[in-house]
Design a binder for this molecule. Structure first.
Ligand code: UFG
Length: 372
């Protein structure tokens, strides 16, 4: 386990916003795509943060950028694998954690069909290791990253949270298993409160261009792949199937800006104390877009059409996943506000400013120069 702390301690630098009730949040997978944007959002709202990550699909440089945007420090960052209970326990020993936001997981549908054991081990095993450690340290509040993929081939139309789950890939099944475990834990141990957020398709980037989706290796997900085609790193997009029963035959998803997604985590934390037990919320816009619509929108913001080729369907994929996004609006007064053009424009800015992801950025926290 590697540990780093900022030179000076937690005093708020300029730019801190009016604080939520003081509380310390442990963010697992804090260097990841959604995790890093959520760290900024939480720092902006006065939360104290402890982050852990094993950097399997991210880099430590992310935290310099998080701190630069928020103009505040992350309290401490630990390099550890979420399954390592000994290392995790040491973090809980050292910090007084009030709540956990658990992002750390593998997240690609296609990859999960090739690596099912790794997906179950990290996603389910990581979650039970975390739960056990939380329980041992008297921490009972959790915001959990779930996925719209748990709905699987549930069918057309917008999917409310009570739509029966029908996962079609090891990734989706791993998230569904975690939900079942968390629900059972909340039923047996009433001191636990869990909010499961079922993400539809978070994309886009921080508007500064400092944070975005920078997968290690070949992107598994649509938007980062399209961005790499747009900048010339890859020749063309492979569109996985044009024979679905959808408007143009390509897959329909409900894309949600990562900034909206991050905001929803902060709002969820603010509502953790509303009611005990487990509660599930969709995080989506409530509007479906086809692969070809995304390709067209990205071509529009980048100024040139995205070359693509239709290939066969990807194993584990389904035709359509669109959120009924009304529950979060009803219970929290929260809804996504950014549209597909915002998502493409911000993803494109990040890609242009970071053509090779975070690879070129300076090493230490608070040492990066960043794009001007
Ligand atoms: N697609 C392509 N070509 C690609 C990649 C994707 O045509 O190179 C298509 C897919 O077939 C699908 C759509 O683009 O129709 C979206 O695919 P993604 O891989 O971007 O996302 P998924 O719908 O598979 O969703 C997964 C997880 C979500 C997660 C999302 C973004 O299930 O939980 O990735 O990370 F939010």
């Amino acid at each position: 386990m590697t540990h780093s702390e900022p030179d000076h301690q937690r005093g708020l630098a300029g730019g801190a916003r009016p604080a939520s009730p003081p509380s310390t949040v442990l963010v697992t997978g804090g260097a990841g795509f959604i995790g890093s944007h959520t760290c900024v959002e939480l720092l902006d709202h006065g939360y104290e943060l402890i982050a852990v990550d094993n950097y399997s699909n991210s880099t430590p440089q992310v935290f310099s950028r998080v701190e630069r945007i928020a103009d505040r420090f992350v309290g401490a960052v630990y390099e550890l694998d979420i399954r390592d209970r000994h290392a995790l326990s040491a973090v809980f020993d050292r910090h007084s954690v009030d709540a956990v936001v658990h992002f750390a997981a593998h997240k690609a549908v296609g990859e999960s069909t090739r690596m099912p054991v790794e997906y179950y081990d990290t996603n389910v095993g990581g979650t039970t290791a975390l739960l056990r450690t939380m329980r041992e340290h008297g921490v009972h509040q959790l915001v959990f990253s779930s996925s719209s993929s748990v709905y699987g081939d549930a069918g057309h139309g917008s999917l409310s949270e009570d739509t029966p789950a029908r996962p079609t890939s090891p990734y989706a099944a791993s998230k569904w298993l975690c939900e079942r475990i968390l629900d059972d834990v909340c039923r047996r141990l009433p001191e636990f409160t869990v909010l499961c957020l079922r993400y539809f398709n978070p994309v886009g980037a921080h508007p500064s261009g400092l944070l975005g989706e920078a997968p290690v290796g070949v992107p598994e997900n649509l938007m980062p792949y399209v961005a790499q085609v747009a900048i010339g790193l890859r020749e063309r997009l492979h569109v996985f199937g044009d024979d679905y029963a959808t408007v143009d035959g390509t897959g329909i998803r409900d894309y949600i800006h990562v900034m909206d997604t991050a905001e929803a985590h902060r709002v969820a934390l603010d509502h953790l104390a509303d009611a005990p037990g487990m509660h599930v919320y969709n995080l989506g816009v409530g509007r479906g877009r086809s692969v070809l619509e995304v390709v067209e929108a990205f071509g529009e913001v980048s100024g040139s059409p995205i070359p693509y080729q239709i290939v066969g369907r990807r194993p584990g994929d389904v035709a359509e996943l669109v959120a009924d996004a009304t529950a979060a609006a009803r219970d929290w007064g929260w809804q996504a506000t950014r549209d597909l053009i915002d998502m493409c424009r911000d993803a494109w800015r990040f890609q242009q400013l970071n053509p090779h992801g975070y690879a070129g950025s300076a090493g230490g926290r608070n040492a990066m120069s960043g794009p001007g």
